[in-house]
Design a protein around this ligand. Structure first.
Ligand SMILES: Nc1nc2c(ncn2[C@@H]2O[C@H](COP(=O)(O)OP(=O)(O)OP(=O)(O)O)[C@@H](O)[C@H]2O)c(=O)[nH]1
Length: 405
């Protein structure tokens, strides 16, 4: 039992459509009979099927406010304020000790976590001190794991309304990269050897999370409730690619055995815009994740970003080079990050390329050769860069057209 001033712990379940979130939630509710939980279920459709399933298979009912349904929208965007107002109302009554949230299959976990950890400007209710985010759980479907990274397969499904121009594989990547506990569910449908391989990939994409294999969502509730694992700063740094950029390369025996590798391409000369765009549109299938920033010749004023999740590849303007900031701001930046000046170029400052690639069974050497060929040659370094054809969008990261196989 909580004391009335203790914050109420919250566990959030994310995961793609049909991965097993509802099944897991029901398992938890049924095996923790003593747990006095309230549940928020977010469904994209008009009828909240998941809420009905939770109600039918557990002892909670919607009438006595055990379950809040948020339908026809997503709690990571349109329904963020609604969710807070609802859980604020719940907190006033305060006859429960734990809050469980099941997000919709395409929810991005970061904004949902932010809503609980830091509140949301458009909502009246401020959750800080009332709720405390305890564990972010992502449920990954082992049975459709590889297809999950295939070209927009789920986009053809009419029941899904993509968020903006985001695609489900990007949501899947977010869910893998931002969580404390990762349930690899539906393990009954996949041979052991293949599960080992998936786990090696998952570890490379997300080195911090605890990975647990499950069948029909059967997991020890202590892995999900009151774990105290969530920490916003740590979670936002936990993606494998960030780790890699910070020089934290260490893959275990499992990765090695399954040919899972990663590397950072680092160069301080600009890319030819047309050649690098072509390269991005034709990255080998083995690369599951690529991320980072780059310098496209002719765009000296802006840092370009690359974001590849499965078959989806986005590239375009993303940020600012420190070299383009006013002197006073630059000094502040240098003061805060003493190491940065080591890579500072007299003429070009911090402009350069840092791209992380994570995948399995790809030929790193040939990839690096291809990337080197995309850099400007010595002769091109002396040309007028503004004359180069530039296929990138002028103002945002956009999906690149995929090269025909
Ligand atoms: N074989 C097998 N089936 C499973 C497993 N877990 C869940 N299922 C089935 O998969 C289907 C989807 O499970 P749900 O728990 O509804 O998945 P969900 O993630 O809540 O789905 P959405 O809310 O639609 O995104 C159901 O028919 C489950 O019975 C599992 O481990 N193995």
């Amino acid at each position: 039992m909580l004391f009335s001033n203790d914050p109420i712990p919250v566990s959030i379940l994310s995961g793609s459509l049909g991965a097993g979130k509802t099944t897991t939630l029901n398992h938890i509710l049924n095996s923790e009979r003593e747990l006095n939980a309230a549940v928020v279920v977010n469904d994209m459709g008009e009828v909240n099927v998941d809420a009905d399933l939770v109600e039918r298979e557990s002892e909670l009912t919607q009438e006595d406010d055990g379950i809040i349904e948020l339908s026809n929208g997503c709690i990571c965007c349109r329904l963020r304020g609604d969710m807070l107002d609802e859980v604020g109302r719940l907190a006033e009554e305060r006859d429960f000790d734990y809050l469980l949230v099941e997000s919709s299959g395409i929810s991005e976990p970061i904004p949902v976590a932010q809503t609980f950890a830091r509140g949301f400007e458009d909502a009246e209710f401020d959750p800080t001190g009332v709720y405390e985010l305890d564990t972010m759980v992502s449920v990954v479907d082992a049975h459709s794991f590889w297809q999950g990274f295939d070209s927009g397969q789920a986009l053809t499904d009419d029941s899904i309304e993509p968020q903006g121009n985001r695609v489900p594989e990007e949501a899947l990547m977010d869910q893998i990269e931002f969580c404390d506990v990762l349930l690899l569910n539906k393990c009954d449908l996949v041979p052991e050897a293949e599960l080992d391989e998936m786990e090696a990939v998952l570890e490379a994409l997300q080195p911090r999370a605890k990975i647990i294999r499950t069948e029909h969502g059967v997991v020890d509730p202590t892995e999900i409730l009151n774990t105290g694992r969530f920490d916003f700063e740590r979670a936002s740094q936990s993606a494998g690619w960030k780790h890699e950029l910070q020089g934290g390369h260490h893959h275990g025996a499992a990765a090695e055995e399954h040919g899972v590798t990663s590397f950072v391409f680092d160069a301080d000369r600009p890319f030819h815009p047309e050649r690098i765009a072509q390269f991005f549109a034709d990255i080998p299938d083995g690369i599951i994740r690529a991320k980072g920033f780059f310098w496209s010749a002719g765009r000296e004023d802006i840092a370009m970003g690359l974001d590849k999740a499965g078959q989806s590849v986005r590239a375009g303007p993303t940020g600012t080079w420190i070299a383009t900031l006013p002197k006073a701001e630059q000094e502040q930046y240098f003061a805060a990050r003493p190491g940065i000046k080591e890579d500072w170029d007299e003429q070009w400052g911090d402009r350069g390329n840092q791209l992380v690639f994570i995948g399995r069974g790809f030929d790193q050497e040939s990839l690096v050769d291809r990337l080197n060929d995309c850099l400007l040659s010595d002769a091109e370094m002396d040309e007028d860069w503004s004359e180069f054809a530039d296929p990138f969008s002028p103002d945002e990261q956009r999906e690149l057209a995929l090269a025909d196989d």
